[in-house]
Design a protein around this ligand. Structure first.
Ligand SMILES: Nc1nc2c(c(=O)[nH]1)N[C@H]1C(S)=C(S)[C@@H](COP(=O)(O)O)O[C@H]1N2
Ligand SMILES: [Mo]
Length: 263
């Protein structure tokens, strides 16, 4: 078992190197990744599916991500990706210190619900000190405070046919001639209901800063950095990821990153 996990880590560091090489060439070079039918790409995508199944089988549903001691927080949480969203909707909320903010749960649910920041902050809270690993090759240990996503989903009543949560964010991660692309990602329901999956509003004992995703950013602790959506406004329960973006379940996933992104 250990051997398999170690191999998976080696595989990940290999793909991290690939990821940063692509980053250097700039976002507009992503067309380079556009050959969807390329046999190599198909083979790798199949490998990702196998990795997902193998990892789910090996670690099961209930394994917790490692938690650290306060003394292991050695630096602030490095902001990455969008750090200052400029959509009018976000700027308006920020100007009012997020008082009118609501998180909406919709899609394949019994009832659409939404919660203000105050309501979320008054739900049962949990803090956890965990390590964030970005595919670009850096990590940060930080303390996240928030409320578990599972019970919030239960308030909406997830329908039996729902298979995934799509996490919709406020920030325009990329500007194109046809308009802004807004950040999104997704997870299965196992990760959504994992006890360490938090709607977090606190970072290292202060209110979550704008640069790290204020007012709410999701933590999925067993996944890579790009599966930690900042500036979250809507969670949509779905049975199919193909209608969103370019169909791969997230902004970075649409640009070639593994959908599961497990660590
Ligand atoms: N909405 C949104 N979420 C996002 C991103 C982003 O650009 N926009 N970047 C992702 C990536 S690649 C990383 S490594 C982390 C960075 O989180 P941080 O700024 O708190 O370090 O957020 C992830 N979630
Ligand atoms: Mo990242």
């Amino acid at each position: 078992m250990t051997r398999l996990i170690v191999n998976r880590r080696r595989f990940l560091s290999g793909s991290a190197a690939l990821g940063s090489g692509l980053m250097l060439s700039g976002c507009d070079q992503f067309d380079f990744l556009g050959q969807r039918g390329h046999p190599l790409r198909q083979a790798l995508e199949q490998a990702n599916v196998l990795t997902y199944r193998a990892q789910r089988t090996l670690i099961g549903d209930a394994v917790l991500a490692r938690e650290y001691a306060s003394s292991e927080i050695r630096q602030g949480m490095k902001p990455n990706g969008s750090t200052e969203p400029t959509t009018p909707e976000y700027l308006a909320l920020k100007a009012q210190n997020f008082a009118p903010y609501r998180l909406t749960i919709k899609g394949l649910v019994e009832r659409e619900v939404s919660f203000s920041l105050d309501e979320l902050r008054n739900m049962p809270a949990r803090s956890q000190i965990t390590r964030h690993d970005c595919v670009e090759g850096w990590s940060c240990i930080a303390k996240w405070t928030g409320t578990a996503l599972g019970p919030v989903l239960d308030m909406a009543g997830v329908k039996p046919e729902a298979r995934f949560c799509v996490y919709h964010c406020f920030d325009n991660i990329q500007r194109t001639l046809s308009g802004d692309i807004l950040y999104y990602t997704s997870s299965d329901l196992i990760d959504a209901y994992h006890p360490q999956t938090l709607l977090s509003y606190g970072l290292n004992d202060v209110a979550l800063p704008v640069s790290n995703g204020a007012p709410i950013r999701l933590r999925i602790e067993r996944a890579l950095g790009y599966k930690q959506p900042k500036y979250l406004h809507t969670i949509e329960l779905v049975d199919d990821l193909t209608p969103f973006g370019r169909g791969k379940g997230g902004y970075w996933e649409d640009n070639g990153y593994d959908w599961y992104g497990g660590i």
